[in-house]
Design a protein around this ligand. Sequence first.
Ligand code: NAD
Length: 343
Amino acid sequence: MRLVTQRVTLIPGDGIGPEIAAAAVEVLDATGVGFEWLTVDAGAAQLERYGTPLPEHVLESIRDTGIALKGPITTPIAEGFRSANVTLRQKLDLYANLRPARSIVGIESRYSDVDLVIVRENTEDLYAGVEHMVGPDAAESIKIITRYASERIARFAFEYAVANGRRKVTAVHKANIMKLTDGLFLESCRHVAQEYAGRVEFEDRIVDNMCMQLVQKPELYDVLVLPNLYGDIVSDLAAGLVGGLGVAPGANIGINAAVFEPVHGSAPKYAGQDVANPTALILSGALMLRHLGETAAGERVEAAVREVIGAGRTVPRDLGGSAGTRAFGQAVAERIGALVAAG
Ligand code: NAD
C-alpha cells in the first residue's frame, strides 16, 4: 500500500473540467508521490444548490490542505455576479499568479525557443472591481496600486528567479502615462531589485513596447512581473507564443494556500466528449509538485508530456492529433511509469 504523503483538494470544475481532472490525477498518481485527493465541487451546479459557485466548504477544504488542483469554473455572465475564480484568489489572498510559457517540441507555433515566466499581481489594480456610474452616461473604474502589494509581487518574482536559476526579471508597466499608480509599481520593483543586485538582472519595459518585443524576440526575456490587468493580457500573449491555451498551466500562490489551475476556461462545447486537451492541467500539476518540493516528480511530468507530444503518436486534437483526453492522459502516465522505473 502506498503511503499518503500529500493531501490535495481536487476541484474538477465545470465543462471539460471533470475529464481533464481525471487525466491529471492519473498522471500525478503515476509519479509515485502518495496523494490523497479530497474532491469538492465548485461551479455552476453549486450555484443552484448553495446560491454561490464557491460554497464555504470548498474554501474550508483549501484552507485545511493548503493546496488545490482546480479545473475551470464557468462564470455566468450576469450583472452583480462575481467570478468564482477572482473570489477564490481574493478570499485566500493568493497574491501571485504564476504562468510559465515554454515551447514544446511537436507543437506548431511561431517560435521554438520560448521560455518565459509571467508573474502577475493577483489582488488589486482594476481587478479590485471598484466601479460606478457617474450619471447615466459615464462609468468610472478605480485603479488601485499599493506599495505593499507591488513590493510583495516583485519579491515573489525575484525569489522565483533565484530558486529556479533564472537570470533576469523585467517589470512591465505604463508609468510614462499613469505616473502615480504604475509609477508606484515600478518604484516598488526597483526598490526590491536592489536586494537581488548581482544575483538577478533587472530591467523594465512599457507594456505596449513589451507586447511588440514579445512577438518579435521573445527569447530576450525571462521572468516578467506585472500588475494585474497587464499580467492577464500579456500571459495570454505568452501562451499564444507556445501553442495556445491547451498547454498553458498556471498557479495562484499565497502565504497559506496555493491553487494550481490551467489558464483556459471550461470550454463547454467540448464537455463530455473526450476531446479536450488535459496538458494545461497536467502541467499545472507539475507546478504543484515543484511547489511541494517534489522537484524530481515535477520534472518527470514535464518530461513525459514533452516526450509523448514530441513522439507524435498520441497528440490531442487541438494540437493537430487525434488522441482523446483519456488516451493522452494514459500515455503520459505510462511514460512517467517508465521514467520512474528507469530511476
Ligand atoms: P475557454 O478557455 O473555455 O475556451 C476558449 C477556446 O479554447 C475555445 O475554443 C475552447 O474550446 C478552447 N479550449 C480551451 N481549453 C481547451 C482544452 N483544454 N482543450 C481543447 N480546447 C480548449 O474560454 P471561454 O470560452 O472564454 O470561457 C468558457 C467559460 O470558462 C466561461 O464561463 C469563462 O468564464 C470560464 N473561464 C474560467 C476560467 C477559470 O476557471 N480559471 C478561466 C477562463 C474562463
